[in-house]
Write a protein that binds this ligand. Structure first.
Ligand code: NAD
Length: 310
């Protein structure tokens, strides 16, 4: 089954489509597992054997490198940390573009710089590779239960070709514009999420300082205008001082670099975004880069001269 045939039919059996997944970390691992569950033939590659073995245990196939993952795949899905990682994996001598079959479809679900996404889409076009940028939101939980929100940039026909795969790993899939626009929307997402986490962190430390029962406070706050997904999903962990990622501070620091650069380039003032970018950077500089981004609470406690309750 070729991508072109897949385009012509909305009833394609997933088992006839091979998806190569490169990057099987916190997000890519469960996304690949959901593709297996939906019946896709999934072949995975990640640096180091452990993550690949985990995919095999869930019914996927192992590849020893990018080239062997990509050769023979109808769709290549990358889920890598940062722009340079995606550039290496895609443009490298033994990378995706060197081995993907003609008219193959590359879906990048990593969060990277919009300008890099635009450049890579143009490079894909020159090699007759079909490309969409499809960064995701919803965190590890969304990856596990296939409820990710996916912001997709690219040509209409390519986005439609990618849709069956994206619908398998997400529940809200929206084509937001041409190549790179998925990444621009994702940058806006990261601005909102970081700012919200910081405000929730400040509220929790404030409540704690006043001796208020934080669980009860969160219950009532979540039902009013202050209600938001961070309260729903992160506040319990923040109250417990549990910061296992989730989404690492290192990665959100990377994303806030993307947001501040893109805002500057567009001449847009993001004063609160700039402040939270500084706070995320400070949290990282204090050695907390591998904690969940909700660890912003630790910084608020430090700035407030308050030692952590346990
Ligand atoms: P992660 O670090 O858990 O996973 C990335 C994986 O890629 C790792 O297993 C790493 O070994 C592998 N890798 C790195 N370079 C590689 C290479 N050259 N070849 C093969 N494998 C390579 O990160 P994650 O949390 O899964 O995030 C991945 C992307 O998704 C990032 O861009 C992140 O910003 C974005 N994202 C993460 C979340 C989240 O909650 N974790 C949510 C939305 C978006």
């Amino acid at each position: 089954m070729t991508i072109e045939e897949q385009d012509r039919s909305t009833q394609v059996a997933a088992s006839t489509v091979t998806v190569a997944v490169i990057g099987l970390g916190i997000m890519g691992g469960p996304m690949a597992a959901n593709l297996v569950k939906a019946g896709y033939d999934v072949i995975g590659y990640n640096r180091g054997r452990v993550r690949v073995d985990a995919l095999v245990a869930r019914g996927g196939r192992a590849a020893r490198d990018v080239a062997s993952a990509v050769a023979g795949a109808d769709v290549v899905l990358t889920m890598l940390p940062d722009s340079p990682d995606v550039e290496d994996v895609v443009l490298g001598r033994d990378g995706v573009f060197a081995h993907i079959r003609p008219r193959g479809l590359w879906i990048d679900t990593s969060t990277i710089r919009p300008d890099v996404a635009v450049r890579l889409a143009a490079a894909a076009g020159e090699r007759a590779v079909r490309a969409v940028d499809a960064p995701v939101s919803g965190g590890e939980a969304g990856a596990i239960d296939a409820s990710l929100s996916i912001m997709v940039g690219g040509a209409e026909a390519d986005v439609e070709a990618a849709r069956p795969v994206l619908d398998t790993v997400g529940s809200t899939v929206v084509h937001v514009g041409p190549a790179g626009s998925g990444q621009t929307v994702k940058a806006a997402n990261q601005l909102i999420v970081a700012g919200t986490i910081e405000l929730v962190a400040e509220a929790l430390v404030f409540l704690d300082a006043h001796g208020v029962d934080a669980e009860a406070a969160v219950r009532v706050l979540a039902g009013g205008l202050a209600g938001n997904r961070i309260l729903d999903r992160k506040a319990a962990g923040m109250i417990a001082g549990e910061y296992t990622p989730g989404f690492r501070v290192d990665l959100h620091h990377k994303d806030l670099g993307i947001v501040t650069a893109a805002a500057r380039e567009a001449g847009v003032a993001i004063p609160l975004g700039a402040a939270v970018a500084q706070l995320m950077g400070a949290l990282r500089a204090r050695g907390h880069g591998s904690l969940d981004h909700s660890a912003l609470r630790l910084l608020v406690e430090e700035l407030s001269g308050r030692t952590r309750r346990t």
